[in-house]
Each structure stands twice: as structure tokens, then as C-alpha cells.
Design a protein around this ligand. Structure first.
Ligand code: NAP
Length: 303
């Protein structure tokens, strides 16, 4: 991708550790370029204990904002001069705008998740949802579901105390449960939607579910959503599809949280459907550029 840089080009980035695998630069640079906005967006590795040092460096270097991924989302909270409602609710920040009058912290993950469901024709009002996991992503999803009128959300997590702590924030809607097969089956039995917010099935070192028998307990046709977007079809989505459950991966959430972040960075209100197409095309082009070139038929290209 070609980004035209000027001395006045405004600087944005994503910080994390690790971060060099991040798709945010591809998505954001493509969207900013399509909007003809003079910004550049980089991936900036920052170690776990470097959150505050980074904030000072970013201000000195003239960054206008940045996104944050693991392990900085929670550590940023105390340094913000203002937090939006979602960042306050999750106690986690994924988008920071550096303005003359201070640091503005936002969290666009939950809105991105909701928009992804909405694109798929799903409304959460009155739904009974099972959320697997109680880490950062699952927390944003569970609290957003509770805020948006889900009837009941069961949070199944390996470390049950973490599920209990998360559910204490909205005890009328959120209910903690374990991650053993019996707990998963019992939760799945009454679900209208199942969301995987664990790292199980993620490309790389995500680990894998030890068994998928809980999927047999899901009522017929219940959608299964995996927040993971690499690989596109996780083993969970594959197994659910074999049983006739529609599947949704996390790409839509990734793109929509990026669009909401771009709106914060630039102050514009975007044509979100058009930007989604721009982001999807950029990701497809990037994936194609990384595929090995087809082998030339024997005899061709030989000196
Ligand atoms: P995180 O805070 O580290 O949470 C990881 C979760 O996975 C925890 O609930 C953890 O349980 C659980 N887990 C890990 N290994 C497990 C195992 N072997 N058995 C059972 N549970 C296990 O990570 P995160 O930031 O929430 O990310 C979680 C996933 O969501 C990642 O795959 C990430 O790619 C995806 N994600 C997607 C988007 C998007 O835009 N689509 C955004 C953010 C994250 P314990 O609490 O017991 O450790």
C-alpha cells in the first residue's frame, strides 16, 4: 500500500506487545487514504511496563492518537483525562486521542461487536447469550450485551473467579459459570447465541477446545460467533457449521471497532458501510500479497 507522507502528515499508531502481527495499520491506512485524509498509521511495539513512558513519548513526538491492544488497555485507564462511557464501563481503553486539553480515552470494542451482529441481522434485545471467556474481549462483549438489553448472559470461564468478578458488574443479567463440559452443555441448552471470547482456536499459540460436545446442546439454528478472525474459520465455527449453526468470525468486529476509532481520531462521521468494504478489500489484497507465487510450469523461466 502506498501512503503519501508530508512533513505535516498526522501520526497515528497501534501499541501492543506483541503488535507486529496487527491488521490495524492495513485497515486504518486504507480507510484514511480512501477518505483522502493526511494521516499515517503505524504499528508501535511497546513493552508491558512502558505504557506511561509511551504516553510521554507520543505527546513529545506529536502523535494525534493511537489504538492499544494487549497488554495496555487496562494500564491506560488511570492516565486518561477523560473516559467515554464504554471505556469507563470496561475499565479498558483501546483508542486514545491526544488533544491540546488532555488525553481522551475511548473503547470501541463493544460497539464494534454490536455492529457486527447488526450487520448479520441479529438484535441482542431479549437474547439469552453464552459468552465463553472473561478476558478483555469477553468483558467488553458481556457488558455491552447487558447494557443493550440481552435477557441473560452466562459467562463461562476457566478461571471462574474472573467470570464472577465480571458478572458482579451487572448481576441481574450476567451469571458466572465454569468451563468444564457439563457447565458448557448446561449453559448452551438455553442459548439464543453463543460467543467465543477465549483465545482457543486462534492461529498461533491459542490452544484448542478439548471437546465440542456442548455444541450438541445448542438449540437448532442458534448462531455461533467467534471473536477470532485468524483463521477465518476456527475449529469451533467448523464444528458448529457441521451441526447446522450459522457462524460469524471476528473480522466484522475488528473492522467496525477500527471505523469507530477513526471517527474519534479525525472527528468525521464516516459512511461506515463504504469503509467496511475498503477495509475488507485492503485485507484481501494484503493476504494475496503474502501468498507464495504460483510455481512456473517446468521448463519456463529457465536460463
Ligand atoms: P485475554 O484477555 O488474554 O483473555 C483470554 C481468555 O481466554 C480468558 O478468558 C482465558 O481464560 C481464556 N483461555 C485462554 N486459554 C484457555 C484455555 N486453554 N482453556 C480455556 N480458556 C482459556 O485475551 P482477549 O484480549 O480477551 O482476546 C481473546 C480472543 O479474542 C483472542 O483470540 C483475540 O484474538 C480475540 N479478539 C478479537 C477482537 C476482534 O476485534 N475481533 C478484539 C479483541 C480480541 P482464563 O481467564 O482462565 O485465563
Amino acid at each position: 500500500m502506498l501512503v503519501h507522507l508530508k512533513n505535516t502528515t498526522k501520526k497515528l499508531c497501534v501499541i501492543g506487545d506483541p503488535v507486529l502481527h496487527s491488521k490495524s495499520p492495513v485497515i486504518q491506512n486504507a480507510m484514511l487514504s480512501a477518505l483522502n485524509l493526511d494521516y499515517v498509521y503505524l504499528a508501535q511495539p511497546i513493552p508491558r511496563d512502558g505504557t506511561h513512558a509511551w504516553l510521554e513519548a507520543a505527546k513529545t513526538a506529536g502523535y494525534v492518537g493511537f489504538n492499544a491492544t494487549m497488554p495496555h488497555k487496562t494500564a491506560l485507564v488511570p492516565w486518561m483525562d477523560r473516559l467515554d462511557e464504554d471505556a469507563g464501563m470496561y475499565q479498558a481503553v483501546n483508542t486514545v486521542c491526544i488533544k491540546n486539553d488532555g488525553l481522551y480515552g475511548y473503547n470501541t470494542d463493544g460497539r464494534g461487536f454490536l455492529q457486527m451482529l447488526s450487520d448479520a441481522g441479529l438484535s441482542v434485545r431479549g437474547m439469552r447469550v453464552v459468552v465463553l471467556g472473561a478476558g478483555g474481549a469477553a468483558r467488553a462483549v458481556a457488558l455491552k450485551l447487558a447494557q443493550q438489553g440481552a435477557a441473560a448472559v452466562t459467562v463461562c470461564n476457566r478461571t471462574e473467579e474472573k467470570a464472577a468478578a465480571l458478572c458482579a458488574a451487572a448481576p441481574d443479567i450476567l451469571r458466572p459459570a465454569g468451563f468444564d463440559s457439563a457447565s458448557l452443555r448446561s449453559a448452551a441448552g438455553t442459548a439464543d447465541l453463543l460467543v467465543n471470547g477465549t483465545s482457543l482456536g486462534m492461529g498461533g499459540a491459542g490452544g484448542q477446545f478439548s471437546d465440542f460436545s456442548f455444541l450438541h446442546a445448542l438449540p437448532a439454528g442458534v448462531p455461533v460467533c467467534d471473536l477470532i478472525y485468524f483463521p477465518k474459520e476456527t475449529e469451533l465455527l467448523y464444528q458448529a457449521g457441521r451441526l447446522g449453526h450459522p457462524g460469524l468470525n471476528g473480522l466484522g468486529m475488528l473492522i467496525h471497532q477500527a471505523i469507530f476509532a477513526l471517527e474519534h481520531f479525525t472527528g468525521i462521521t464516516a459512511d461506515r458501510a463504504a469503509l467496511r468494504k475498503v477495509a475488507e478489500a485492503a485485507l484481501r489484497a494484503e493476504a494475496a500479497s503474502q501468498e507464495p507465487a504460483p510455481k512456473a510450469p517446468k521448463g519456463e523461466n529457465e536460463a
